[in-house]
Write a protein that binds this ligand. Structure first.
Ligand SMILES: NC(=O)c1ccc[n+]([C@@H]2O[C@H](COP(=O)([O-])OP(=O)(O)OC[C@H]3O[C@@H](n4cnc5c(N)ncnc54)[C@H](OP(=O)(O)O)[C@@H]3O)[C@@H](O)[C@H]2O)c1
Length: 452
C-alpha cells in the first residue's frame, strides 16, 4: 500500500494557508506525493467556491488543476465538539492503512486548546502515535509563561514527538547549510572558535514597515516577532558545539546548550521605533512597541567565550536582507606588512540572496606591492539549479517524513524565551529613528559598533 498523507488545516481561509501552505502542497502533489487536504473553515463554501476564494486571495495564482481533486472544504464550528464527528466522517474516505494525518493549526494560539480538545473528544488523534502529528507556527507565546501554557494545551493530546513547531526560517536553504559549512569543512571547523573569530553578527533587516499588520505587530514587537525565533535560532546554529550525531535530538541538545550559555550585555541594548509608526493604522497612541532591536551577547562556552555576537533586526530599514557576517582575527604576521590588509570575513547570505562569500587578502597582480580583497563565493541562485524548494515545501515534506531537525523542540523555545524575557524586563528606552543611517549613527555613538 502506498504511503498517503491527509492534511487537516484549521484556519484554511487565512493568509498563511493561501500564500504558503497551498502553494507548497501543490508542489508536493506535483512531485507525486499522495496528499489530500481537508480545509476546515467557518465560512460557507463548497470545494469549488473555496478554491476560487483562495485563488483570489493570493497575488500568485494557485494551480487549480492540481488542487481541484485534492482539496476538500469542510464547514464546521471548531467550538462545537459534535462537529468533530463530521470531520471524522470526512476523513474516513481518505484514510487507508498507511495514511499519516497532519493537523495544521493555521489559527492563533488562543484556538489551539479548543481544537485539540475537539480532536481528542472525537478520537481523531492518538497520543504518542506518530502517524498523527500537529504543526503550528510562531508566535510561540509572548513570554515564557504564555509559551508554557500553549505548550501545556497541546501536550494534553500530542506528545513532543508528534509536535512540529514551524519557524520557516529554518527551512531556508542557507540556514540548512550552516551545519554543513561548519562541520564538513576542515578549514572552517578548525577556525570556528574564540582564538580565530573576532565577532559574529546576524542581521535580519526588513525594508517595509508593518504594512497592515498593526493588530498583530503592535502587541508583539521585534523582540518577540523576530529575535526570539529566527535570530536566536540562527545564533544557536552558529555557536552550538559539535553534536555527537546529526540525529535531530543530538543536534537540538547542542543548540539548547548554546542558548542556555547565551547572555545579553544589557548596557548595549538598543530598541528603536521608526518615525511614523505611531501614525500607522491601528497602532495605539503612545505605543512603545519596538520595531528595531540591537543586542550584543556572549555565548559563554569554552569554544566561544569572549566573542561578541551582535543581533540586529528591524523594520523600515535600508533594505530587505538577512545575512550573517563572521569576522576573523588578524594573523600574527599581519601587522608586519605595511599594507592596508583587512581581516578575513565570511558572509552567509540567507535572503533574498542565498550563498556565501569568503573575503581574503591577495596581492595585486603586477610589479608593485599592493593588496586587494578578493571574494571566494558560492551563489545558490546563480548555479542555475532552479526549482529550489520553498521553505514551506521542505518543511511540509520533513513533517510528512517525520524528519524533525528543522523544527523547534520545546526546550529551545524555553531557552530562547528565558533570554528574551530578561531583555523585556529592562527599562524600555525607545529611540525614534528616521531611517537606517540615523540608526547607524546612533548605535556607533552609543556602542562604538558600526552596522552594515
Ligand atoms: N501569514 C503568515 O505568513 C504567517 C507566518 C508565520 C506565522 N503565522 C501564524 O499563523 C497563524 C495564522 O496566520 P494567518 O496570517 O493565516 O492569519 P489570518 O489571515 O488572520 O487567518 C486566520 C484564520 O483563522 C480563522 N479563524 C480566526 N478566528 C477563528 C474562530 N474563532 N473560529 C474559527 N476560525 C477562526 C480565520 O477564519 P475566517 O477567515 O473565517 O476569519 C482564518 O482562516 C497565526 O497564529 C499567525 O501568527 C502566519
Amino acid at each position: 500500500m502506498k504511503q498517503s498523507y491527509l492534511f487537516t488545516i484549521f484556519g484554511s481561509t487565512g493568509d498563511l494557508t493561501a500564500r504558503k501552505l497551498l502553494p507548497a502542497i501543490t508542489e508536493l502533489i506535483k512531485k507525486s506525493y499522495d496528499i489530500h487536504v481537508i480545509a476546515v473553515g467557518r465560512r460557507i463554501f463548497n470545494d469549488d467556491t473555496y478554491l476560487t476564494y483562495m485563488d483570489e486571495k493570493t497575488t500568485q495564482p494557485l494551480n487549480k488543476t492540481v488542487l481541484k481533486d485534492r482539496l476538500h472544504y469542510l464547514e464546521m464550528d471548531i467550538h462545537d465538539p459534535l462537529h468533530y464527528l463530521n470531520l471524522k466522517e470526512k476523513q474516513r474516505s481518505f484514510l487507508n492503512g498507511k495514511t499519516k494525518r497532519l493537523y495544521y493549526m493555521a489559527v492563533g494560539p488562543e484556538l489551539f486548546g479548543v481544537i485539540t480538545d475537539g480532536l481528542n473528544h472525537a478520537h481523531l488523534v492518538k497520543k504518542d502515535d506518530v502517524s498523527d502529528v500537529v504543526a503550528f507556527e510562531k508566535p510561540f507565546g509572548e513570554d515564557l509563561l504564555s509559551a508554557e501554557s500553549i505548550n501545556a494545551l497541546l501536550s494534553k493530546h500530542f506528545s513532543e514527538r508528534q509536535m512540529f513547531r514551524i519557524d520557516h526560517y529554518l527551512g531556508k536553504e542557507m540556514i540548512q547549510n550552516i551545519m554543513m559549512l561548519r562541520f564538513a569543512n576542515r578549514i572552517i571547523e578548525d577556525s570556528w572558535h574564540n582564538r580565530s573569530i573576532k565577532k559574529m553578527s546576524v542581521y535580519v533587516k526588513e525594508k517595509d514597515g508593518i504594512l497592515s499588520r498593526a493588530g498583530y505587530y503592535d502587541k508583539v514587537g521585534a523582540l518577540r516577532d523576530m529575535m526570539q525565533s529566527h535570530v536566536l535560532q540562527i545564533v544557536s546554529l552558529l555557536t552550538m558545539d559539535i553534536p555527537i550525531s546529526y540525529y535531530s535530538d543530538d543536534v537540538k541538545n547542542e543548540k539548547v546548550a548554546a542558548l542556555q550559555a547565551l547572555t545579553i550585555d544589557d548596557s548595549e541594548t538598543v530598541l528603536g521605533q521608526y518615525q511614523g509608526y505611531l501614525e500607522e493604522d491601528n497602532v495605539i497612541k503612545n505605543s512603545t512597541t519596538e520595531t528595531f532591536v540591537f543586542l550584543k551577547g556572549f555565548v559563554n562556552t569554552p569554544r566561544f567565550k569572549g566573542v561578541p555576537i551582535y543581533m540586529i533586526t528591524g523594520k523600515n530599514l535600508d533594505e530587505k536582507n538577512a545575512f550573517i557576517e563572521i569576522e576573523f582575527e588578524e594573523t600574527s604576521e599581519q601587522r608586519k606588512w605595511h599594507l592596508p590588509l583587512s581581516t578575513n570575513r565570511l558572509r552567509i547570505n540567507i535572503a533574498p540572496e542565498d550563498g556565501f562569500q569568503l573575503t581574503l587578502n591577495a596581492k595585486v597582480p603586477g610589479l608593485r606591492e599592493g593588496v586587494q580583497q578578493v571574494k571566494l563565493g558560492y551563489d545558490v541562485d546563480n548555479l542555475g539549479v532552479g526549482n529550489l524548494p520553498e521553505a514551506y515545501e521542505k518543511l511540509l515534506l520533513d513533517m510528512m517524513e517525520h524528519h524533525r531537525t528543522l523544527f523547534t523542540r520545546w526546550d529551545e523555545i524555553q531557552a530562547s524565551w528565558q533570554i528574551i524575557d530578561l531583555v523585556l524586563k529592562q527599562e524600555k528606552n525607545i529611540y525614534t529613528y528616521k531611517d537606517y543611517h540615523d540608526l547607524i549613527a546612533y548605535i556607533k555613538d552609543k556602542t562604538g559598533e558600526t552596522l552594515l
